[in-house]
Structures are given as structure tokens and as C-alpha cells.
Design a protein around this ligand. Sequence first.
Ligand SMILES: [Zn+2]
Length: 99
Amino acid sequence: MLRDIELAFIRLHILHHAQQEEVFGVGLMAELARHGYAIGAGTLYPLLAKLEKAGLLTCRPRAVGHKQRKYYRITPRGRRVLRAMKAKTRELYQELVEE
Ligand SMILES: [Zn+2]
């Protein structure tokens, strides 16, 4: 249950960062760890694939040295979802933390 809630927060983090810049798995793992979320590749990559399949992220593979790295950006639909969730997050925050 706790994990479900954390995963929802993690999705929002991913959308937020993918709105600001191109993101990739290893970079996101470091960013999420900074926020106190432990998420491994086995959880993160399927999550990114799901967000892409849902049309919230687009993926562009690019060569980095001899390796291919998948870069993700937010889509217009992702922006709409993020905006809606921001409003809900603000409301939740006010009730949860400020009252
Ligand atoms: Zn973050």
C-alpha cells in the first residue's frame, strides 16, 4: 500500500522532470534517490514504458558512446495530466500539511 502511494509520487516526479528537460533512467534514479525514493531499474524502466504507452512521455533513443540510451520527454497529453495533478496535489497539500 505504501509502495502504491510512493509510486504515484514517483510518476509525478518523472512527469515534472520530463517537462523541464530530457530525462533518462539512470539520471532519474539518482534524482529520485535524492528525494528519498529507492527505485531500481526493474521498477523504473517498466514504469517509463507504461508512461510512454499511455502517451504521457515520448522516447528517443540516442547513442551515448557505444551504448544506446533512451531519452524521455513529456508530451502535450502528459502536460495536461501533470497540470491536473498539480492542482490536486496543491489541494491535498493544503489539507494534509497546512491545516
Ligand atoms: Zn524531483
